[in-house]
Design a protein around this ligand. Structure first.
Ligand code: ADP
Length: 388
């Protein structure tokens, strides 16, 4: 890592666009030098606003942003202009200068340095070689494909070896096969450069593949900031779990805790073995809860298998090359999808579902403490026995 990779620190940042409408809510986060951080969230969650505020394209309403130890924004009064922040940005639509050749586009990023023009061009050509575009150096952007243009933008962002590189959904205009190739190239080139990186996307698989740490945004709030493994295995909220990929949700009732953080649950109207789940919201025994299931925690087994936790039948089978994605309907009527099978199962086939507690999360139930003798509102009368 170069010694000048920047730390980026945000303290209680708020951004109001219009009266009363907050795009960023009290956002505090610290990104370590050289870290690759992906900001993940649905459309409208504030990702672009956050990135543009760090870039200096957007003014924050309150709070502070510090880049490389230097104040960049402080409340609405102090605002360092983008070109003084020592960062580069790669945009979704490439943002190349159409009147400049490819090599000039890249060399332009060195314009602020004191390098002679010939040295700037030499550095640009070397960078173009690294992104596999040396033969396109004399072309104009409109003579290149979308993927090639994005590589030029990447070369332009990295050539000046700045301490911070920002990526604004750089793959969203590319076709699926090219996205994966570019994703790998970005990951490898940026890591080699050693720069601190902030990358925004709404695609959870892209986030998990690239990030040292992921920040999940919901309605302008940072709801979790952690390594990908923790986001996947210990989602902070139901929203984080849903947004980072689940097979489905089942209504359940909690029984007794069996170990710290692990609780047994019962699924109304369902037969099967004992189901254990991570109690991520500290639900009490006898609470109505949602069970959120990661696809990786689910295994289809024989209907009579002793490992079967639930009975189900197959409702859809999709061939995915490496195997099949199976959709199941459970006895309580709920649906689960994206469950792996190594062979083509038959529609309507009866199966068992084995659930690994590592990816089975209990959420909710805080206010729904229930007398086990009573019947919950939305469950049919004959489920009293299943709960008890
Ligand atoms: P994302 O990048 O996650 O899609 P944005 O940062 O673009 O989210 O938007 C966050 C919120 O701020 C949204 O509600 C959006 O409508 C609003 N917003 C974004 N840009 C502007 C703007 N220039 N003027 C007014 N509201 C905006």
């Amino acid at each position: 890592m170069p010694s000048d990779a920047y730390e980026v620190s945000l303290e209680s940042v708020n951004k109001f666009y219009t009266k009363g409408k907050r795009a960023l809510c009290d956002l505090t986060v610290k990104v370590e030098p050289g870290e690759f951080v992906v900001l993940l969230g649905p459309s409208g969650s504030g990702k672009s606003t956050l990135l543009r505020s760090i870039a200096g394209i957007e003014r924050i309403s309150s709070g502070t942003i510090t880049i490389g130890g230097i104040p960049a924004s402080s409340g609405s009064n102090f605002h360092l202009p983008p070109e003084k922040r020592g960062l580069a940005m790669v945009f979704q639509d490439y943002a190349l200068w159409p009147h400049m050749r490819v090599k000039e586009n890249v060399a332009f990023a060195l314009g602020r340095t004191k390098l002679a023009r010939s040295l700037c061009l030499a550095a640009a050509l070397e960078m173009l070689e690294r992104v596999g575009l040396s033969r396109q150096a004399d072309k104009y952007p409109n003579e290149l494909s979308g993927g090639e243009q994005q590589r030029v933008a990447l070369a332009r962002a990295l050539v000046a070896q700045l301490g911070l590189v920002l990526f604004d959904e750089p793959l969203s205009n590319l076709d699926a096969d090219l996205r994966e190739r570019m994703r790998i190239e970005i990951g490898s080139l940026v890591r080699t450069s050693g720069a601190t990186t902030l990358y925004i996307t709404h695609d959870q698989s892209e986030a998990f593949a690239l990030a040292d740490k992921i920040g999940v945004l919901e309605h302008g709030r940072l709801v979790q900031f952690d390594v990908p493994e923790s986001i996947y295995n210990q989602p902070a909220t139901e929203f984080v779990a849903r947004f980072t990929g689940i097979s489905g949700e089942i209504r359940a009732i909690t029984k007794e805790p069996v170990a710290p953080g692990i609780i047994q649950v019962a699924i109304p109207h369902s037969s099967g073995g004992r189901i254990l789940a991570k109690n991520l919201s500290n639900a009490q025994a006898g609470s109505e809860v949602s069970l959120l299931l990661r696809p990786s925690a689910l295994r289809i087994v024989d209907v009579n298998d002793t490992n079967a936790n639930l009975a189900a039948h197959v409702t859809d089978v999709a061939f995915r090359g490496r195997g099949y994605d199976v959709a199941l309907k459970l006895q309580d009527g709920s649906h689960l999808n994206s469950i792996y099978s190594d062979h083509r199962m038959k529609l309507n086939e009866s199966v068992g579902l084995s659930i690994d507690p590592v990816g089975c999360f209990v959420f909710g139930g805080r206010a729904a403490l229930m007398d086990p003798q009573s019947v919950p509102r939305y469950f049919p009368l004959d489920m009293k026995e299943t709960v008890a």
